[in-house]
Design a protein around this ligand. Structure first.
Ligand code: NDP
Length: 476
């Protein structure tokens, strides 16, 4: 029998995805630009299932039953276009091309349009969970047409992660919706990691806790509301001993965080949508600052700060405060992330089911967490929820934690420990709940220097003041 599905691009992700498919009983055709990876897959893992090795794309297409389903898992960007261009002339109407790489959702929209004009289905699908997830069950975020999902759904849900029997795979929406949601997932991952890093830094520098002691704190936190993969592995990293020095592993790691760009994409897209995602933006900026060696070297030891980061606080009380600050800031980051998904869904007519997005991320991916159930429940209670923060659960969680959160931000400022994630999240929260914002003054300034006009609280219409004249008000 011919293969049911194909994978082209057999680096870590593609190879593991192909193995996952084969282990789940699907007949898989495999191909890679350089044959070596294909041979290695068959040699090492050929026994795991029904593989057909293809030497080139025509052979891959030939090996498949129709309508063909071909997963592209190559380097994102130009390589993906190169593969699509070579593949398309070989295909027939109704065939489905799936890009499971980390494409920008605007590229996915472009590709989907081009292929649908040729009678082909193009599915941009987010796949999260790294190589481990790809092999044992990733979180899958497919976009594309309903018709293509009808054919792909049974395969994708089978190979995805499952939580309480539910697949971490849902059809997100048309064209670029899947890749947008995958991008947002990565942005939230950036924010999550930044907040964890701030909690670590504050506890270490304000209280003087050792990495080993901090590992215990995170382990303890992982038994409550914060329970998540990232908190769990934070404890692992902090308790790791460096084999060379015998000291804490975290202390021998260069403090310059790298980025592949999906966090930046998230923030750029949110800027275009006009949605504040300050949690993610601060996370991206914090990584950039960490890598800015020239300016850090010029400033370190030169710019003054408090004599010591140690502040006279009760140890256990401060640990509990930081836990609240972390959780509240995390709630804000997710609220902002879901707001960006809502806005994109409206702008591009995707009709994304926001609650379902939280269920996709419960397993298989880096941000998997107990708390995602709370998001699902919030949207079940009210599908038109304007912000997660006004849902009762979120509201109460922040209400419980806000005093602590404010103390932590104040202590960070006093101690001279940077906490951009915690403080930006708190400012967003206070901005959101404010009766009145100083934007009124900004509008006044804009009207004065640029005649940009303003609206009044007590009358309809648009107004301008004759600033250089008699300061009379005109209505336009
Ligand atoms: P890479 O991103 O390192 O890409 C390597 C693969 O791309 C190889 O199979 C390579 O073929 C192929 N390739 C590169 N250029 C071309 C080209 N011009 N034509 C054809 N094939 C080409 O591999 P990964 O497995 O790390 O990632 C694959 C995709 O999955 C990427 O889009 C990545 O962003 C995404 N992703 C990765 C995750 C991860 O944890 N690594 C997690 C989630 C998504 P060859 O062997 O011939 O060089």
């Amino acid at each position: 029998a011919k293969a049911e599905i194909a994978v082209t691009g057999l680096a870590v992700m593609g190879r593991n995805l192909a193995r996952n498919l084969a282990r789940n009983g699907f007949r898989v055709a495999v191909h890679n630009r350089s044959q070596g990876r294909t041979d290695a897959l068959i040699e090492e893992f050929g026994h795991e299932g029904d593989f057909t090795a293809a030497a080139d794309l025509p052979a891959l297409v030939e090996a498949l039953e129709q309508p063909r389903k071909i997963i592209i898992m190559v380097k994102a960007g130009e390589p993906t276009d190169a593969v699509i261009d070579e593949l398309v002339p070989l295909l027939d109407q109704g065939d489905i091309v799936i890009d499971a790489g980390n494409a920008h959702f605007l590229d996915t929209r472009r590709r989907e349009k081009a292929l649908s004009e040729k009678g082909l289905h193009f599915v941009g699908s987010g796949v999260s969970g790294g190589e481990e997830g790809a092999l044992n069950g990733p979180s899958i975020m497919p976009g594309g047409s309903k018709e293509s999902y009808a054919a792909l759904g049974p395969i994708l849900t089978k190979i995805s992660a499952h939580v309480n029997g539910e697949a971490c795979c849902v059809h997100v929406g048309p064209d670029g919706a899947g890749h947008f949601v995958k991008m947002l997932h990565n942005g939230i991952e950036y924010a999550d990691m930044q907040l964890i890093a701030e909690a670590y830094d504050l506890l270490r520098r304000v209280l003087g806790l050792s990495p080993a002691e901090l590992a215990d704190v995170f382990r303890e936190w992982n038994t409550g509301d914060l329970e998540s993969f990232l908190i769990e592995i934070t404890a692992d990293v902090l308790s790791q001993v460096d084999p060379t020095t015998g000291g804490a592993f975290v202390d021998v790691v260069l403090d310059q965080a790298e980025q592949k760009g999906t966090g930046r994409w998230t923030v750029q897209s949110a800027l275009d949508l006009g949605i504040p995602v300050s949690g993610m933006a601060e996370a991206v900026f914090a990584r950039s600052l960490s890598g800015d060696v020239v300016r850090r070297e010029a400033a370190a030891g030169v710019l003054p700060g408090p004599a010591s980061a140690k502040v006279d606080v009760d140890r256990d009380a401060f640990i509990e405060d930081v836990r609240h600050a972390l959780y509240s800031s995390k709630l804000v980051a997710y609220a902002q992330g879901f707001d960006a998904i809502r806005a994109a869904s409206e702008q591009y007519d995707w009709n994304v089911d926001l609650g379902a997005m939280a269920t996709i991320w419960r397993g298989g991916c880096i941000i998997r967490a107990r708390f995602l159930d709370r998001i699902k429940e919030a949207y079940d209670r009210n599908p038109a929820l304007p912000s997660l923060l006004v849902d009762d659960y979120f509201k109460d969680a922040v209400a419980n934690g806000q005093d602590a959160w404010r103390r932590v931000v104040a202590t960070a400022a006093t101690a001279g420990v940077p906490a951009p994630g915690f403080s930006a999240a708190l400012s967003y929260y206070d901005g959101l709940r404010a009766d009145r914002l100083p934007a009124a003054l900004i509008q006044g300034l804009r009207d004065l220097f640029g005649a940009h006009t303003y609206k009044r609280v007590d009358a309809e219409g648009t107004f301008h003041l004759e600033w250089s004249g008699d300061r009379s008000e005109t209505k336009s």
